[in-house]
Ligand binder design. Sequence first.
Ligand code: SF4
Ligand code: ZN
Length: 266
Amino acid sequence: MLRFDDHLAIAVSGGKDSLSLLHILAKMKRFRPKTQLTAVTVDEGIDGYRNEALEIAAANCKELEIPHHIVSFKELYGFTLDEIVSRARGRGETELTACAYCGVLRRKAINAGARQVHANKVATAHTLDDEVQTVLMNIFHGDIMRLAKEKPVTSEVHPLLVQKIKPFCEIPEKESALYAYVKNIKFQDTPCPYASEALRNDIRGMINLMESKHAGTKFTVFKAIERLRPALEQTAAKEKFRTCTECGEPSALDVCKCCEMLRHVR
Ligand code: SF4
Ligand code: ZN
């Protein structure tokens, strides 16, 4: 995943996983003088939640002497997540949860942030638990081709898409949390006010139940998809990337999912 001369944009939310990753990469950098690190935090604009996370992320960056870059939904899209959700609800659109908007818009924001700081890779703190949850969510949504795209090291498919790596993809969430506690890392533990809406929560509960009854379930699902992915990639390779006619960013369709969502709230 890592080269000695990488400039990594580390996606830091202020939660335990991303801060454990930040601390581990900062430690690693001591032995790799040519590696450059920049923390990137997305400010979605979630009242009563994100400000605290921004402060915690900034304090950790200061302690580790890592530059901290913030990308906000308001600047990028003209709306905070709170505004997007209330506009959508005000128009009677209840099909998409706050997390559905947030996930799509944040992915694009992280990529934009990584480009702004001229990083050649983005490191995210997705743990084994996140990866397995995502696999099941994609299956439940019937979005099988996403299994090919969302992998621990993304393929270089478009010059505007910064390569993504997930150094914690085989690390259970419990271990990443344990690292944060053992190292006394200050992180945000207040949950996002929209979190309870997420389908992900139900899936998390289901997988944790399976893991407690059948130890090793998470690794088994992760490894099964790793084996299946090459076959899916052959099919996915036929889907060519285009350029979104509205924002100029890479897209699988004429208009990217992000612009499509924003059309509904403008
Ligand atoms: Fe965004 Fe949902 Fe996560 Fe909140 S819980 S930060 S709305 S994805
Ligand atoms: Zn677009």
